[in-house]
Design a binder for this molecule. Sequence first.
Ligand code: PAF
Length: 285
Amino acid sequence: MPTSIITVRRVSELRALVAGWRRADETIGLVPTMGALHDGHLALIRQAQADCRRCIATLFVNPTQFGANEDLAAYPRDEAADRTKLAALGVDALFAPTVDEMYAPDASTTVIVAGLTEHLCGPFRPGHFAGVATVVAKLLLQSLPDAAYFGEKDFQQLQVIRRLARDLDIPVRIVGVPTVRDADGLALSSRNAYLSADERKAASTLPRTLSSIAERLARSPSDVAAQIDWGRAQLAAAGFGKIDYVEVCDVETLQPVNEVSGPARVFGAAWLGRTRLIDNAPVQR
Ligand code: PAF
């Protein structure tokens, strides 16, 4: 089992590495992460390795996607542990740039994906998707892989990234990978580490509620408003404090729907203590 991994910190080194693989006609998969790797990330890596000859993981806790009152300073960071996991999986390289390498002091370009960011997390995290879209556009352009891999847990993020790659003609296939869950259904997330034991027990109410709504809407597609009310009540009863949203949206436009008439997902975001959890469930019709 490999115990070390090539780690590059400069964009020029990343480009040189990729150029060598391209000369050998090798395909490349990119897995962008902010570290604190868990089995959800490992699923992205396995998919990248199944599809591509080479796999690059990135580790960058991107400051521009955190709001002023969010958890940038507290975000879990353990590069050595992440490197060990990536090496054990046989990932070919880790790109772990510094903030200075990623952003010039007078950086003045931001990628804004309109429309898709109007609802769901958009209004609750002003600037978040601009930060994500900008850093992902940069990572894609720095490495120009064949494909890049993102989890469906952050479904709005995935759609934003698909749209920016299309709109900016970035020639990279964006691949969504199904959410990896704990035995009780809670989606794996680096932020689950913040939950107390009691909060962790309550947390599985979020995926359970969203899946129940999805199942009910598959049977009664026009029942959206009543199901949202029911879902909010379930979360409140389980101990969730602030409920940012429970919404049913079209999967392409991410606009809320009052009735399910095409591909749709149920989305939820709510707080347990100081931890914000998000999840979503497809309506199978
Ligand atoms: O999902 C994440 O971990 C981050 O938002 C991403 C895509 C790595 C961009 O910083």
